[in-house]
Design a protein around this ligand. Structure first.
Ligand SMILES: Nc1ncnc2c1ncn2[C@@H]1O[C@H](COP(=O)(O)OP(=O)(O)OP(=O)(O)O)[C@@H](O)[C@H]1O
Ligand SMILES: [Mg+2]
Length: 444
């Protein structure tokens, strides 16, 4: 066999041995834009504005900050006044595909994977422009996707750049033109605007509640606070957990209870760093059908909320499109078991109502339902809660079955042996335990 040319000592591969394995840009563009819904891609751009607001305001209110989205069949535009992108961040990190080492961390951020902005730009159209100003800098990046796909290098370039020049306004403006045909058609539908508004209102409900203004084609999104029914008799369950330790800590809050009977709202809502990831989920992912029954409309009153919060977004159980939980994530697995336990008494209560309704055969409130009529919808951030769900069980359910006494005599030695075996002290207990044992083994 002839000798192969040797690799050089520096690790460079000799040209004869080199095998091309780098991704093609066409494949890359196809891959990253393929599995994301258009409304979610736009929500990703709003996420970046929210992270900007977080850097500006920390834990404070977002009042006075806004994100303005305008779309038509010709153009997509999103503009915010949430601090802008610093030139250094743009140069080294913001336009890279995937989060590069050394990227400064925004505590409690939604941004984590380093792909959202680019994926949205590539999804919507063929030409994009990102213009951003901080207090001291201004830049414009403009690119044509087809041209970029033809070039061998992956870099973009600044079309305008100013550093150390005071700017009158700060923020980021992204414009996409030359929209792809399917996207232009969707943007032209009024139904799309409605879908986008409700998707953004749901995904960013926490930011809206903190005062961020989000407008779509000039109309602000309205915020409706999630609530559960609460009274002295109906008390939602709440559990707080801390996973990990020190810098690697994830705080978890689970709240569950009942609301109005409304199937689209029923299920579990999962938030990561304030961003809604799962909306009214009714699947195995959130514990339905696993020790608990599968979802059915008799549970349309069920409401569950799980909040994962961490300074380190890498620890949160989300996928890159922020539209599902990563079921294999260690932080989610344990929490899911808690969710399964927490929902069991609520499901039993709702099943009891359904049973009473069937027996009653009319639409009057059933005995178990009456307390719900007196309960008030209360915001999930200030509701009085308990460590287990409380709802009154009707008297007929708690009444003990009628009983009858059994008495009999047996040899003392045998009773003594059974006391030891059953780990009890009295002959009465031996009688009860052996009776229970028989019932258990032979069926009732
Ligand atoms: N509107 C904006 N305001 C301020 N910074 C922004 C804005 N848009 C993008 N950036 C910067 O660009 C970076 C890259 O955004 P991109 O959405 O691609 O990734 P990411 O937010 O880091 O991660 P993820 O993929 O999870 O969203 C952000 O981390 C942020 O630094
Ligand atoms: Mg992002």
């Amino acid at each position: 066999m002839p000798d192969l040319p040797q690799n050089t000592q520096s690790g460079d591969i000799s040209p004869d041995l080199r095998i091309e394995a780098s991704p093609t840009k066409e494949f890359f563009i196809f891959m990253i834009t393929r599995d994301i819904d258009l409304t979610r891609a736009i929500a990703d751009l709003v996420d970046n504005s929210v992270d900007g607001a977080k850097r500006l305001r920390g834990e404070g209110t977002y009042e006075g900050l806004s994100v303005r989205i305008n779309l038509s069949s010709a153009e997509f535009k999103i503009a915010d006044d949430c601090g802008g992108i610093a030139v250094d961040i743009a140069r080294k990190y913001a336009f890279r595909f995937g989060r590069a080492k050394g990227m400064p961390n925004t505590p409690h951020s939604i941004g984590q994977f380093g792909v959202g902005m680019k994926r949205a730009l590539f999804k919507i159209g063929n030409t994009f422009e990102v213009e951003s100003s901080t207090e001291q800098s201004h830049f414009i990046v403009r690119e044509n996707l087809e041209d970029w796909a033809r070039r061998p290098e992956w870099d973009f370039s600044f079309k305008e750049l100013q550093e150390n020049v005071e700017q009158s306004s700060v923020g980021t403006k992204i414009t996409v033109t030359d929209l792809f045909t399917g996207i232009a058609e969707e943007f032209a539908l009024t139904n799309f605007e409605t879908r986008l508004r409700s998707a953004l209102a749901a995904a960013h409900q926490q930011s809206l509640s903190r005062g961020l203004h989000i407008l779509v084609n000039g109309v602000p999104l309205t915020f409706s606070a999630a609530s559960v029914l609460s009274s002295n008799q109906i008390v939602p369950v709440e559990k707080k957990m801390q996973l990990g330790a020190n810098g690697d800590r994830v705080d978890v809050r689970i709240l569950a209870g009942v609301g109005e009977s409304d199937p689209p709202k029923a299920g579990w809502n999962v938030f990561c760093n304030g961003r809604l990831i799962l909306d009214a989920d009714k699947t195995r992912v959130t514990g339905w059908g696993d020790s608990n029954p599968h979802y059915h409309n008799e549970y349309a009153r069920f409401r569950g909320f799980v909040f994962f919060d961490s300074d380190n977004a890498a620890l949160l159980p989300w996928n890159t499109t922020k539209s599902a939980v990563d079921e294999d994530s260690p932080s989610y697995r344990g929490v899911r078991l808690e969710m399964i336990q927490i929902m069991a008494p609520i499901i039993r209560y709702l099943a009891q109502i359904a049973k009473e309704k069937k027996q009653q055969q009319n639409d009057d409130p059933t005995p178990s339902e009456i307390p719900l009529q007196k309960a008030q919808p209360t915001g999930i951030y200030n509701v009085k809660s308990a460590d287990v769900f409380r709802a009154p069980v009707p008297r007929t359910e708690v009444a003990r079955p009628s009983t009858e006494r059994i008495s009999y005599e047996k040899p003392k030695t045998e009773i003594q042996k059974l006391k030891t075996k059953l780990n009890v002290r009295t002959a009465k207990e031996v009688g009860e335990k052996t009776f229970d044992y028989y019932v258990r083994m032979e069926g009732e």
